[in-house]
Design a protein around this ligand. Structure first.
Ligand SMILES: *[C@@H]1O[C@H](CO)[C@@H](O)[C@H](O)[C@H]1NC(C)=O
Length: 496
């Protein structure tokens, strides 16, 4: 009996060793390519450092090791990643050689409808859906969608006034309250659903939306270290995003579509769903500008994944940075008083708010929600003399590029003047990538900027944010998320 036990133990030990070796087997990739790469842990690659010191510090530290280099290699667990730090080379990959770098890396196959989101689509299907999505984001459409944002911003401001009057503790954690706001906007603009997460944070839309952006850390780690195990799990019916969440969203989207068709309201509500309905494939239609129902589900979901947490991050960080730099806040408010006056902020009158634009851009330089962007090389391609093999993942370390002293003087300081008309050209355009660039840049950029400006205008028109006892600055980021560890605490002081 004992020898069977011993044999089993021996077998397990051998398997464990084989596993570690299989993970690190690819760790000589960059040495073979003659590209610099810092020492990697056998099991975790450079993800080990990220777990210990945080992804932001790690990205910056590794980037700074290679001051005079155009590229360097890292390993995400077993996956080699070619990091590009030269802006001219980034431009080449994102724009000129785009056809060899169309797709993003996918760790695992998502289940429909998440599989058909614009962000995860590949090649021809991506081109097809992207073309339709671009048509839905014209100025006219964005202007119509702005009405929903104005209404929601007014509700936010009303709530803030009520909070002030109710004499409670009036310290406010910005990220928390702003997340509720951006979720309400997404529900309204993207799905035609009216919710008030600000007053009722446990509504089902909010609960499921949070579910879908919180991929379990366990699954995420598996994706890094043993991608094959996820395929197995999926075959066994385990899903990366809970089934109930997937069903919830497909159901409300279908219900909303049928409802509108019945009431003859389709195309009249002016939200994102309307635009998608207009492009739905009629049976027998062969026109290629149409989307299938499942593609519609996917694009509606991108709205949540790409437009909820990102916008709340930028909006809350901007407000916070203006709180701790009141001199810039004053300039923003002065500009608003001059250009908007007593009107309510709207699509037209916010266009002239240049200084606000500069502050938003400076916030996105310091805290870019997409702090790491990647592409997969489709065929052997030589870029600026560097041979990139087929299937290699190339990445743009956005967070570190945005803080590279070679492109930005005093990179850690909040200085909106960097983006003034005079100074704008002093940074390389590809050293600033808050929305990516090239044909696969963020399709919702203009919509996002509009939402940010409308919401910011509504808030700063009625309130001046000031520091309070709980304010902690400089901001310390959490290890794995673009979130302030100590929160973004401020007090709002009513204007006039
Ligand atoms: C801010 O950034 C956006 C997007 O990158 C750009 O379109 C805009 O011109 C910038 N504004 C200023 C004032 O630099």
């Amino acid at each position: 009996m004992v020898w069977i036990f011993l044999l089993l133990v021996l077998l397990l030990v051998i398997l464990a060793i084989l596993f570690v070796f299989s993970v690190s087997a690819s760790h000589d990739t960059f040495q073979k390519m003659n590209i610099d790469s810092p020492p990697a842990s056998r099991l975790l690659g450079h993800f080990g450092a990220a777990l210990k010191k945080g992804i932001f510090t790690t990205q910056l530290e590794i980037y700074n090791l290679y001051k005079d280099k155009k590229v360097y290699g890292t390993y995400d667990g077993c996956h080699p990643v070619l990091n590009i730090k030269d802006p001219d080379m980034i431009k080449e990959i994102m724009v000129k050689s785009f056809n060899s770098f169309v797709n993003r890396r996918s760790f695992f196959d998502l289940d429909p409808p998440f599989k058909e989101m614009l962000v995860s689509l590949k090649d021809d299907q991506w081109k097809h859906v992207r073309k339709i999505m671009s048509r839905t984001f014209t100025s006219g459409q964005i202007k119509r969608m702005s009405k929903h944002m104005e209404r929601k911003s007014q509700q936010l401001v009303d709530l803030l006034h009520r909070k002030q009057e109710s004499n409670d503790d009036d310290d406010i954690e910005l990220k928390n309250i702003i997340s509720c706001f951006t979720l309400d906007v997404i529900a309204s603009v993207g799905f035609g659903v009216e919710i008030s997460s600000m007053e009722n944070p446990d509504n089902p839309f909010a609960v499921h939306a949070k579910q879908s952006i919180n991929l379990s850390p366990l699954l995420l780690s598996l994706a890094f270290f043993a991608p094959w195990s996820l395929t197995l799990l999926q075959k066994a019916g385990v899903s990366t995003i809970p089934k109930a969440t997937r069903e919830y969203f497909t159901k409300i989207i279908d219900a909303a579509i049928e409802n509108r068709k019945e009431e003859g309201q389709a195309g009249k509500v002016n939200d994102f769903l309307d635009l998608l309905i207009n492009s739905e494939e009629e049976s027998g239609q062969t026109e290629k500008y149409y989307l299938t129902r499942s593609e519609i589900h996917g694009q509606a979901l991108v709205f949540i994944l790409a437009g909820y947490d990102t916008i709340s991050t930028v909006l809350s960080f901007t407000l916070f940075l203006l709180t701790v730099h009141p001199e810039y806040c004053q300039i923003v408010q002065k500009e608003m008083d001059e250009k908007i006056g007593n009107e309510s902020p709207n699509y037209d009158n916010i266009q002239g708010l240049t200084y606000m634009d500069m502050c938003l851009n400076e916030t996105m330089r310091l805290y870019p929600p997409a702090f790491f962007i990647d592409r997969v090389c489709a065929e052997d391609t030589t870029v600026h003399g560097i041979q990139i093999p087929k299937n290699m993942v190339v990445a743009f370390p956005v967070y570190a590029l945005h803080r590279d002293p070679e492109f930005w003087t005093e990179p850690d300081k909040f200085q909106p003047e960097r983006f003034s008309a005079e100074n704008k050209d002093s940074h390389h355009p590809y050293a600033y990538l808050p929305f990516g660039n090239g044909p696969r840049n963020c399709v919702g950029m203009r919509l996002a900027l509009m939402e940010l400006k409308i919401a910011l205008s509504y808030i700063l028109k009625d309130f001046t944010p000031v520091t309070c006892e709980k304010t902690v600055y400089p901001i310390k980021l959490k290890k794995l998320q673009l979130i302030a560890e100590d929160g973004l605490w401020v007090k709002l002081s009513a204007r006039k």
